[in-house]
Design a protein around this ligand. Structure first.
Ligand code: NAX
Length: 327
């Protein structure tokens, strides 16, 4: 049997945490033969709730669960970390300016990045889920100079999955028969779900749906899905966000299938004109070790324009971070 790996989950007592931890422990994330030790990080007032979740995890008697640690100290929670899921973040409160939100989250993701730098395993891989996820990933990576920046991802997989689900519904195809979806950009209303390269049961998706449906329904429905879930459920996406985090780590650790790709926000090296250093949603493949951005795709003028617009917005957020002295 394999030796257990350490999986750190921040915000472990929150909504996404509650949907995420049980699937990590069940083997859904890293496979049915990989034992895991879960390390939960929470703020001090939420430690008791985290203990309750740990009790339930133990009560599931998961054969792959090798142990649980709970801490309010990032240096402890990231000690030996192989996989980090950074879910806990400061939510936007009424009357809060964007700069206030970024600065509050800088105070969380900066120190967590440093703790990862100083205590995590050499092979650590990090997925940032807490919003603004792309910017928080850049902040965490900047605070971890000894860890290669590409080990810090931000989550675009929920947007990717939402896009697949919408296209499946429209075309009557099974989700498993939809390949090469991509959502360019950052996890915000400015993202661009793009079916240009998509195949549905081996046929080009662009021939199956019309331009008006794409512009007027598909793109806004995917981009604003989070708000629609809140409206319907009275609470924000939790199980679907956790599911996307599981999918992201699964693809990264175990590889993407031949003939397909997925979407992950990874540091740009200037691909498709996206400014270097942004954490940006690209089409990517994984060999089980690292992501590779799919290069050489021929972009339509519309896609180019959307990528450029989104990159400008993402860059503005990073400029705010810099002007606040967070990095
Ligand atoms: P909750 O408010 O239910 O849970 C957040 C948890 O994080 C709380 O238990 C809180 O105590 C903890 N926390 C706060 N600061 C912390 C710190 N410094 N260290 C450790 N833990 C800390 O939110 P939840 O619904 O779980 O959402 C978590 C984050 O995911 C939010 O930022 C949310 O905006 C973001 N989302 C990101 C998505 C994406 O696609 N990237 C989609 C879903 C979700 O909206």
């Amino acid at each position: 049997t394999k030796t257990p790996v350490n999986v750190t989950v921040t915000g472990a007592a929150g909504n996404i945490g509650y949907a995420l931890l049980f699937r990590i422990a069940s083997g859904a994330m890293l496979g049915p033969d990989q034992p895991v030790r879960i390390k939960m990080l929470e703020i001090t007032p939420a430690l008791k709730a985290a203990e309750g979740t740990a009790m339930e995890l133990n009560d599931c008697a998961f054969p792959l669960l090798a142990g649980i640690d709970i801490s309010d100290d990032p240096n402890v929670a990231f000690d030996g970390c192989n996989f980090g899921l950074l879910v806990g973040a400061m939510p936007r409160k009424k009357g809060m300016e964007r700069a206030d939100l970024i600065s509050a989250n800088g105070g969380i993701f900066g120190p967590q990045g440093k703790a990862i730098n100083d205590h995590a395993a050499d092979d650590v891989r990090v997925l940032v889920v807490g919003n603004p996820a792309n910017t928080n990933a850049v902040i965490a990576a900047a605070s971890a100079p000894d860890v290669p920046a590409e080990r810090f991802n931000a989550m675009m997989r929920l947007d990717h999955n939402r896009a697949i689900s919408q296209l499946a519904e429209k075309t009557g195809a099974k989700v498993a028969d939809i390949k090469k979806m991509v959502v360019w950009g950052n996890h915000s209303a400015d993202q661009y779900p793009d079916i240009s390269f998509c195949e549905v049961e081996g046929k080009a998706a662009s021939g199956l749906v019309d331009e008006a449906w794409l512009d007027e329904y598909f793109v806004p429905t995917v981009a604003k899905r989070g708000a629609a879930i809140i409206e319907a459920r009275g609470a924000s996406s939790a199980a679907s966000a956790a599911g996307a985090a599981i999918d992201h780590m699964h693809s990264w650790a175990l590889g993407t299938p031949e003939g397909d790709w997925t979407t992950a926000a990874v540091p740009s090296r200037g691909e498709y004109g996206v400014p270097e250093g942004l954490s940006y949603g690209f089409p990517v493949t994984s060999d089980g070790k690292e992501w590779k951005i799919v290069e050489g795709l021929e972009l339509s003028d519309k896609t180019k324009k959307q990528i450029e617009f989104n990159a400008k917005k993402a860059q503005e957020e990073i400029d705010t971070v810099k002007s606040l002295g967070i990095m």
